[in-house]
Write a protein that binds this ligand. Structure first.
Ligand code: B12
Ligand code: SF4
Length: 441
């Protein structure tokens, strides 16, 4: 069979033409060197039995040729990419091509996804995708495939040559070392039990084998947090030390507070920037969303400590918690500057379907729109408690613009020269890229 896997892009509409910019050879060369399709598509590709041919299209940077004939099209959707995914699915089905939809959004709202697909995969696909392909080849495709047992991550095959053979995508090479999270922050999709929540680790040998095949020096650990099992992470970092790679990862700040060995091993392994969900400068807000790992009082000292090991720090903050007031905006801006983050993302609280926050807002009739394309952490889609949705939106934009003023960017770039060469490179590149987003926000 000839199978097409698509990663849709939420902001794209219509069937699309290549722009002058994206068709330029230099742009393609850049994409080819640094970016690949997301790990979801690569994982499904390696789970596909070898007798089938798999093509991957990253909708962010590629044009889909609907006239090319495929036996089956698989589309992965998050909430914000759901509408676009449905649009593409409808177009393929109009041309009599069967479509399967899976991913975070489809797993929570399978009946909705089914309106646009011949079959919907609910949950992780390691067991289900090969089974589905077998059924499809016998013309016995079921409407739904649901993961009922915990997936053993030893079943995730290492992604090897396929990264080199696949053209470009829109995301740096990703490596998955663990899956799931059991902290249970009320806004987070990993609370969607039992599909994604349970924390598991992959065999270190498989991860290392995968890293061996990475075409570029840079990669990202896409794990929700690579810190939930410190002894596993330490072992992984020890193994990584001789690879001469540089990487980003997500983590929880408390893990770095006291564990110097972890920091040292991470730095030696090539960690150039850690991304931390700091959420708010107010402990009361952190407590209200059950982020048990965060103690606001130790943010500044822990960030200093991470910097001392030559690692940059990106902090994520969210606006719109029920405890937030008009004062929260400037307070957060000053706080982000004072704790000397190298980069900050300011996001709007977003009630993703399947989360406790979604159930709460739904019950309180506070959801303003179910236009999923707006569920991108930039747009306000609910009624906040202590301000209007318009104020939440405009204040978030104002803070992002102030943080990314030219003067502030220069200060951060200069400061990062003291951390190390790679954190400086990363701080410079990401501040410039994110300032573009802040200007258009
Ligand atoms: C890497 C990543 C990205 C990358 C790449 C996107 C991607 N899909 O990989 C980038 C940076 C682009 C990104 C962006 C965003 N992301 Co993101 N991202 C992730 C992250 C960290 C890893 C995803 C991954 O590669 N997992 C590994 C693969 C193997 O697992 P998987 O995707 O779950 O797929 C498995 C199953 O779900 C299933 N499956 C999935 N799709 C399909 C399709 C078919 C056909 C089948 C059969 C099976 C199947 O099979 C796979 C194997 O078991 C996750 C959190 C996490 N730790 O998983 C968040 C996550 C997916 N992102 C999220 C969000 C909110 C966003 C943004 C909106 C944030 C923002 N504003 O920047 C944007 C939206 C981008 C856009 N506009 O299109 C949310 C999605 C929540 C939701 N309900 O939609 C998550 C879950 C984070 C979270 N905890 O809240 N993201
Ligand atoms: S710690 Fe991170 S991944 Fe885990 S529930 Fe909280 S926000 Fe989600």
């Amino acid at each position: 069979m000839k199978i097409l896997l698509i990663c849709p892009e939420s902001r794209k509409k219509g069937l699309g033409n290549e722009s002058i910019f994206t068709s330029m050879p230099v742009y393609k060369l850049l994409l080819n060197s640094f970016f690949k399709p997301n790990l979801t598509a690569l994982t499904l590709a390696v789970l596909t039995p070898k007798e089938h041919v798999v093509h991957i299209i990253d909708d962010t940077v590629e044009i889909i040729n609907f006239d090319e004939k495929y036996d089956l099209v698989g589309i992965t959707i998050m909430t914000t990419t759901a509408n676009r995914g449905y649009e593409l699915a409808d177009e393929f089905r109009r041309r009599n091509t069967s479509v399967v939809i899976g991913g975070w959004h489809a797993s929570v709202l399978p009946e909705e996804a089914k309106q646009h697909a011949d079959s919907v995969v609910i949950g992780e696909a390691e067991n289900l995708w090969p089974e589905l392909l077998k059924d499809f080849s016998k013309a016995k495709l079921k409407p739904f495939y649901k993961q009922t047992e915990k997936v053993d991550l030893g079943l995730v095959p290492p992604i090897t040559n396929i990264r080199k053979s696949i053209k470009y995508g829109s995301f740096p090479d990703g490596i998955e070392a663990t899956r799931g999270c059991s902290i249970g922050c009320k806004f987070c999709c990993t609370t969607n039990k039992p599909l994604y929540q349970e924390f598991r680790t992959r065999p270190i040998n498989n991860i290392i084998e995968e890293i061996n095949y990475l075409p570029s020096k840079f990669f990202v650990f896409i794990d929700s947090s690579l810190m939930f099992n410190p002894s596993f992470s330490k072992q992984l970092f020890r193994e990584l030390k001789n690879f001469n790679k540089k990487f980003y990862m997500l983590g929880n700040i408390h893990d770095f507070e006291k564990d110097d060995e972890l920091l040292k091993l991470a730095a030696d392994a090539g960690l150039m920037q850690i991304n931390l969900g700091l959420e708010s400068p107010d402990q009361i807000a952190i407590d209200s969303i059950s982020k048990k790992t965060n103690n606001v009082k130790s943010y500044a000292s822990t960030i200093k400590k991470i910097h001392d090991y030559g690692i940059g720090v990106l902090g994520y903050f969210m606006f719109g918690f029920d405890t937030d007031t008009l004062e929260t905006f400037d307070k957060t801006l000053n706080f982000a500057n004072n704790i000397k983050l190298d980069l900050t993302n300011f996001m709007v609280l977003t009630p993703y379907p399947g989360t406790p926050v979604y159930s709460q807002f739904e019950k309180e009739d506070r959801i303003i729109t179910k236009d999923w394309s707006k569920y991108d952490l930039d747009n306000v889609v609910f009624k906040p408690k202590n301000m209007t949705p318009e104020i939440l939106q405009s204040e978030t934009k104002r803070i992002a613009k102030e943080y990314y003023s030219s003067v502030n960017i220069m200060k951060r770039i200069l400061r990062s020269t003291k951390i190390g060469f790679y954190p400086f490179l990363s701080t410079t590149a990401l501040n410039l890229i994110t300032s573009r987003w802040a200007r258009n926000f």
